[in-house]
Design a protein around this ligand. Structure first.
Ligand code: HEC
Ligand code: HEC
Length: 324
């Protein structure tokens, strides 16, 4: 995304523009030279029994207008600049009027206008900011631009993308953790267990997981699955012995080097992914964010792209969603 304006696109755009102009000129010139004298000829076709059309030249006034627009467009495109990035002058920033310099100028101007507002917000705690309607409105605009495509325009989430409004958290809903999620990004890692467990054991474990949130299940399988969950399957190391998830277990029980675990609570009715037996089996078999062959799903890191101040305002907006 960083650079659409490399030299290939520059030439490509210039070529297209030049071709378009040339085409207009050819149309104009061929129409100028086909002067008709005497009786105008008829076009070949006939509609509605007797409706015919003369092959008259274009009206003069229309033709001159056409010439004028073509000539205008040449100047316009040169100044715009429509012939690629002609005005770029990276060696001398003072004289650089290229697209990159224009963009940098606009960013600079926007920083001048909005920078002080964000700087002021940054000095206010997330909890307090979440009660300030202006700050929340600013956060919402940022959210709609950068976050809504995954989390939904109201933060309601969808399959694979957590709901941010329900007070149920993979990583934690306190201001610092929300900020951490946005700044650093998240990629909850679940080890693939297809190599450790047999297909039957995985099916048992899936039935046990479904029993935890009162979904239909095979009772005999679920009973065996319970032992797999706390034993051979090692599920408990991340989801907790009772399946209540990493947040409920407290971070200290996770692997400190891995940071926050993000293993979901499996006992509630909130599901991040599809809760059908087949989908759960696939998740256990392939694992998540655990290298080749596993399923992947990430929260991107925003610290570098948006900067601390905007992340702070976004955290306040996200916090406000579940703390009305
Ligand atoms: C490309 C899709 C995508 C975008 C864009 C995105 N997120 Fe996320 N986000 C995710 C996924 C996926 C997760 C869950 C990560 C996991 O399962 O480990 C997540 C997790 C989170 C969490 C942690 C939720 C919890 O339960 O602990 C927060 C907070 C969050 N996102 C906020 C944001 C904000 C704010 C933005 C905009 C700056 C944003 N996200 C943009 C995909 C996205
Ligand atoms: C290394 C830690 C770890 C282990 C071991 C682990 N999980 Fe997970 N599990 C996770 C994480 C993290 C996620 C969330 C993945 C994501 O955010 O994309 C998850 C997701 C899930 C989900 C999806 C939950 C939802 O809401 O959609 C199920 C079901 C699940 N695990 C069951 C199990 C079972 C059963 C086992 C044992 C056979 C197991 N897990 C072992 C960490 C683990």
């Amino acid at each position: 995304m960083a650079d659409f304006i490399n030299s290939f696109w520059d030439l490509y755009v210039s070529g297209l523009v030049a071709f378009g102009l040339l085409f207009c000129l050819v149309v104009l010139v061929t129409n100028m030279t086909s002067k008709e004298s005497g009786e105008p000829k008829l076009q070949g076709h006939v509609w509605d029994e007797n409706l015919r059309e003369y092959n008259n030249p274009l009206p003069r006034w229309w033709l001159y207008l056409f010439w004028a627009t073509v000539i205008f467009s040449i100047f316009y495109l040169y100044l715009f600049p429509g012939f690629g990035n002609r005005h770029s002058n990276p060696a001398d920033p003072e004289k650089d009027r290229g697209l990159r310099a224009q963009y940098a100028q606009e960013v600079f101007d926007a920083e001048g206008t909005y920078g002080p507002i964000f700087a002021r917000y940054q000095g206010i705690s997330v909890e307090t900011l979440a009660k300030d309607p202006d700050a929340v409105a600013t956060g919402q605009r940022l959210f709609l631009t950068y976050c809504a495509q995954c989390h939904g325009s109201l933060g309601q989430g969808s399959r694979g993308f957590p709901n941010l409004t329900d007070g149920d958290w993979l990583y934690g809903g306190d201001p610092e953790t929300i900020k951490g999620s946005i700044s650093e990004g998240r990629a909850g890692m679940m080890t693939p267990l297809g190599g450790t467990l047999t297909a039957d054991e995985i099916k048992d474990a899936a039935n046990y997981v479904r029993s935890l949130s009162n979904l239909s299940h095979d009772a005999a399988r679920a009973a065996r699955g319970r032992d797999i969950f706390t034993g051979k399957g090692t599920c408990l190391t991340c989801h907790g012995a009772d399946g209540k998830g990493a947040v409920a277990m407290g971070i200290s029980m996770g692997v400190p080097a891995m940071g926050l675990l993000g293993a979901p609570n499996l006992t509630d009715s909130v599901w991040l992914y599809d809760n059908s037996e087949d989908a759960i089996i696939e998740g256990i078999t392939r694992g998540r964010n655990a290298g080749p062959g596993s399923l992947t799903n990430n929260m991107p890191a925003w610290k570098d792209f948006l900067g601390e101040a905007k992340v702070h305002v976004l955290a306040a907006y996200v916090y406000s969603l579940s703390n009305k």
